[in-house]
Design a protein around this ligand. Structure first.
Ligand code: 5GP
Ligand code: ZN
Length: 145
């Protein structure tokens, strides 16, 4: 993926404010921070979303997210954190390289909880939705046998 800006950051082809790096992941400050210390954690391998990331790297990505959170807690000293992934264009993903946002939060910073990014409550009762999801799990299990 020659064009991808986050691949270029991972490969040190363009500058970034890196704050942590290991074999498979890297963390750097967001260029357009929503809060002081707003950081991104990415796998070095180009994948668009979690589903396409190998399980071992998924766990590493979240271990590094925890490390960076601790690092920001001790340096920036926020009151809280919002941690999230925009997955897919409809969810606001502009850079198609998976990235975890770690956003330090402060008292009266004007932000809301992650649930405030969408207001689209379902028409069906959640018991029906739960049943539908469990049914699809059964179907998927049968198909993967
Ligand atoms: P998305 O909307 O794809 O979830 O978020 C992309 C994030 O990457 C945005 O917060 C944006 O500010 C950040 N970003 C985009 N380009 C660059 C860049 O070249 N360097 C850095 N450090 N951050 C970037
Ligand atoms: Zn990439």
């Amino acid at each position: 993926m020659e064009e991808c800006i986050f691949c270029k950051i991972a490969q040190d082809k363009i500058d970034s404010e890196k704050i942590y790096e290991n074999e498979n992941t890297v963390s750097f400050l967001d260029i357009n921070p929503r809060a002081p210390g707003h950081s991104l954690v990415i796998p070095k391998k180009h994948v668009k979303n979690l589903i396409n990331l190998d399980d071992e790297i998924v766990s590493e990505l979240f271990k590094v997210t925890k490390k960076v959170e601790k690092l920001l807690k001790s340096s920036i000293e926020p009151d809280a954190f919002t941690i999230g992934i925009n997955e897919g264009e409809e969810a606001g993903q502009e850079i198609s390289h998976l990235h975890v946002n770690i956003i330090p939060r402060f008292k009266r910073d004007g932000g809301g909880p992650v649930q405030s990014v969408v207001k689209n409550p379902p028409k069906k009762e959640i018991s029906k939705i739960g049943k539908m999801i469990r049914e699809s799990l059964k179907i998927n299990k049968t198909h993967s046998k």
